[in-house]
Design a protein around this ligand. Structure first.
Ligand SMILES: NC(=O)c1ccc[n+]([C@@H]2O[C@H](COP(=O)([O-])OP(=O)(O)OC[C@H]3O[C@@H](n4cnc5c(N)ncnc54)[C@H](OP(=O)(O)O)[C@@H]3O)[C@@H](O)[C@H]2O)c1
Length: 434
């Protein structure tokens, strides 16, 4: 019997993710060959520094810092991009697709910014573009959206898709720590980078939501379409009140289909404690979906890390390799050819939590409620803390029924101008259907 031809892999990047993939390809070679029906071999890797010793790489692998070596190698059928960043990754992925190579990528930034163009290139050239690792690390979520759930009209996505911030918010909730302390702790443990901007300002979660919402609602949603507010303003006090009111505080990525348009937002949100998402703690991620057929489903698991992410990348490699080896059809790239309007944030209707610091004088509450009432923001509850700060300031927490974002923002502006209000310390949206 003729020996099946090798399926060559070109790996771009041998960092946290790439080294895991290189190791899995090597250590699981027998199992992979048995499944695929042909050997799957790592041929070349691209890195910035080709002189560095790479213990995860077998000795026969060619290491280069010149992308052309990999992109022009006709023995490479699948390019695995695990470098990160928009450029040159976007350029390399495009070139790989143009030269008829299948691509597996873990790169959320490239997909959130250029997904639709890349999907079109892949379709045009009859090649596959898979990206399971780009959202939720080891959690299989892209695969289900691309196949198992396809018959559904999906209406909502609620996700915790940034492990760093979920770790920070969990520690704040459980240990009463403030933002600055918990950030230091997360940096010490290696969960947060020295510059935590991408995580704490919701940029990473917005990339991932753009990908999820595009697939779930079959429309182009880019990262720039996503409303974004990070966790910097959340304090230990907010956690105390949230617990009192029966909520957890999570950085939620929310996508919804509402009357022919799409809602896409990332911000801290109060989630009822009884809801499964409220119990997704530490660095875990979870994606909750609602569809007409499936009803409600939640996917939970490790959102990052070398091995979980390797699991997702390897799944994509195996599916493509299997099709290549059998001469069958490779999994097609998604076809997203419509653009539903993205709902302006001002038109959002949800519930709100407001924490005010006000002077402890008679009539304060009446003036606060008048501002809200004049703007049709109706109150669901009020907590006024008797603890008076040394400066004569008391804390007032107000929760509202569903109201329009523009009206609530106007109320915040007007409340901030009242002479009895020292400051509107925080506003947190409440994800709790009435
Ligand atoms: N880390 C995770 O847990 C995780 C989870 C899900 C998705 N991802 C995604 O996976 C991708 C890789 O992340 P990572 O954490 O593995 O990154 P990383 O540890 O920083 O590794 C990046 C690798 O890419 C190489 N590289 C970077 N820029 C390059 C360039 N311009 N030319 C050639 N090589 C270049 C680096 O080469 P040198 O070694 O020479 O510096 C390094 O080997 C990112 O898109 C990330 O968002 C990561």
């Amino acid at each position: 019997m003729a020996q099946a031809q090798d399926i060559g892999i070109g790996l771009m990047g041998v960092g946290v993710v790439g080294s895991g993939v290189a190791t899995a390809l090597h250590e699981k070679a027998g199992r992979i060959e048995a499944h695929v029906g042909a050997p799957v071999r790592l041929k070349r890797v691209l890195v910035r520094d080709a002189t560095k010793v790479r213990p995860s790489l077998p000795r026969d692998v060619h290491v280069t810092s010149n992308a052309d070596d990999l992109l022009t190698d006709r023995g490479i059928a699948i390019v695995v991009e695990a470098m990160g960043g928009e450029q040159p990754a976007f350029d390399y992925i495009q070139r790989a697709l143009h030269t008829g190579k299948h691509v597996v990528t873990a790169n959320k930034e490239v997909l959130a910014k250029h997904g639709p163009e890349l999907f079109a290139h892949a379709a045009e050239h009859g090649v596959s573009l898979r990206f399971e690792a780009s959202v939720g690390g080891g959690i299989p979520i892209i695969g289900p959206l691309l196949s198992d759930l396809l018959a559904n009209d999906l209406t909502a996505v609620h996700a915790i898709i940034n492990g760093t911030t979920n770790y920070m918010l969990t520690r704040m909730a459980h240990e009463g720590l403030d933002y600055a302390d918990v950030l230091r702790q997360a940096q010490h443990l290696g969960y947060a980078e020295a510059d935590p901007t991408n995580d704490v300002d919701g940029i990473d979660a917005a990339y991932k939501l753009a990908i999820l919402a595009s697939l779930a609602f079959q429309t182009t949603v880019r990262d720039s379409d996503v409303f974004r507010e990070g966790i910097r303003k959340v304090t230990a006090a907010d956690f105390r009140y949230a617990a009192e009111l029966g909520y957890a505080i999570k950085l939620l990525a929310i996508g919804k289909r509402v009357n022919g348009s799409v809602e896409a937002r990332v911000h801290p949100a109060m989630v009822p404690l009884a809801r499964p998402l409220a119990k997704v703690d530490d660095v875990l991620n979870a994606v909750e979906l609602e569809g007409d057929l499936v009803g409600w489903a939640m996917f939970e698991g490790p959102g990052a890390g070398s091995l979980p992410t390797t699991s997702a990348v390897m799944g994509d490699i195996l599916r493509i390799a299997e099709a290549v080896a059998s001469g069958g059809r490779v999994p097609a790239a998604p076809r997203i050819d419509r653009v539903l309007p993205v709902q302006p944030m001002a038109d959002l209707r949800t519930k709100y939590y407001l924490r005010l610091r006000a002077f402890d004088r008679p009539g304060v509450m009446a003036r606060v409620t008048k501002v809200l009432g004049d703007l049709q923001v109706s109150l669901a509850g009020v907590i006024q803390k008797e603890t008076i700060h040394a400066d004569g300031v008391a804390e007032i927490v107000v929760t509202t029924h569903a109201a329009r974002e523009a009206d609530v923002q106007e109320a915040v502006r007007l409340l901030g101008k009242l002479d009895v209000v020292r400051e509107v310390a925080n506003l947190i949206r409440v994800e709790d259907t009435e």
